[in-house]
Ligand binder design. Sequence first.
Ligand code: PEP
Ligand code: MG
Length: 583
Amino acid sequence: MSDKIFYGVAASGGIEIGPAYLYHAQGLTASRRLLKPEEVKTELARYQEALAKTRAQIVELEGRAKEKLGEEHASIFGAHQILLDDPLFTEEVPQVISKEHMNAEFVLHEALEKFKTIMASLNDEYFRERGGDIRDVGNRVLRNLMGKGEKEQLKNLDREVILVANDLTPSDTVTLSTETIKAFCTDVGGKTSHVAIVARSLGLPAVVGMQNATVNIQDGDLLIVDGNKGLVLVNPQSHIIEQYRRLKDNYTAFQKSLEAFKTLPAVTPDGHRVTLAANIEIPQELDEMNRHGAEGIGLYRTEFLYMNREESPTEEEQFQAYKELAMKTGVNPAIIRTLDLGGDKFLSHLNESNEQNPFLGLRAIRLCLKRPDIFKVQLRAILRAAAHGPIKIMFPMISTLSEVMEAKAILQECADELKKEGQVFRAGVEVGVMIEIPSAAVIADILIQEVDFFSIGTNDLIQYSMAADRGNESVAYLYDPLNPAILRLIQMTVDAAHKAGKWVGMCGEMAGDPQFVPLLLGMGLDEFSASVSVIPEIKKIIRMMPYETAKKIAQAATKLKTSDEVFDVIRDNVPPELKTLLF
Ligand code: PEP
Ligand code: MG
């Protein structure tokens, strides 16, 4: 037994142990047959029949998907029905059959292969995914022409397996049964790919984007899939299997116990109430957010709207996205962070220059202030959407007071314009800033005079305070949230906000780390904003942690010299049942 470990994208949490089942989507090949002139008409009719049959199957799949996964995930099959009207199917194939007197299977197969080559050459995730959808539809038409049945493979498995595939198409994922398929690993896919989204909806652990899963894993290999860490162990040694069995049992029991907390408020045993909100990076998370009991959104990253495209999104497009957000959060607030491009964020048409130090360059608010044409489109969309729900605005990467003033002036300009145009919008939307640059924390008492709230972005605050690139492993030891320098900056920010009678949240990863919750609670944080999946756990901790004890921990911690000492103070002072849970 060998002991191999492979990494990918942690697409859906949980641990599963079981035999690998390699799924090869049927490789459809079609042989060429020359038609006699009198056969052409019948061949065209046969092709039209296959199209009609495909449409009927997709409609049926849509119904099944609605039942199994809900309206949102079924919409892909609506899109597939539209794709059947693509000229590739309705014009190109019949034309070639008529002109070249070739059998329908061969013509369609050739057209799909040609299409596949073009799509693969495009360096754009959106088009590659749409290309996958056309192939999925096309293969279905091909199977109907060839008289081959549905993908019985996935429906009729007689044992529990871990599915290993190059990719899973929407029709694969609807056909698969969660009775037998316990987890999956794929070569392709990212966090926003269909397969990842479906894995999360089905609650199956999944690691995607492994690149060579189908090469490195053989049918029947024993796998451990750790969807929390994004790793897959192949034929591990027995003591590792034992270790993961325990981890799996603990994880399952723990997740189950958390369900009880979803609908409860985030309040300490001695009655101190805080807000527990969600960080949203992709719109699909909005549905999960409500299921996990978040009270609104503490950070809505808007960058995804600008990704993989040549042009910035229009005001109308953004308005629709933000309005949907307002509808989904209902009475709870949604904090929309304005564009934060630059640094480690993807490059796009908006990143103008090749900067030597992009993290210290034209990033976030700096870029927006330099490009008011782009900034104003977003601000106008937010103000209009704010008429439909309790939306707030947050500016990222603020380092000076003048940046706040300038951003607010542009916001006001947008409001004036909207008013003049007679548009529906909300004036007086609450405005906050992220505290993620040390200079902003140091002048927090000045900045708070101009805004309604703060949200501490520890991911950047630590990076800039310690001068340690947040993505560089060699300096990861400096990436230490408990360092006294960081704690002082956090405390200064909290105190400045409270002194001015305003509230302060934290949307950096520190707020979603269970071990730090008691300390942050005691430091006076009013809002914790974290990834959707950790929200129930954070809530459980808050509900177990007396505020009075948390305050004592914070008072002691902020006087200490090293992060190790701070860590010890937290561990030694939390109630015993929390100590068992956290340490
Ligand atoms: C942060 O810096 O802590 C933060 C939440 O913003 P981002 O991770 O998007 O830079
Ligand atoms: Mg940041």
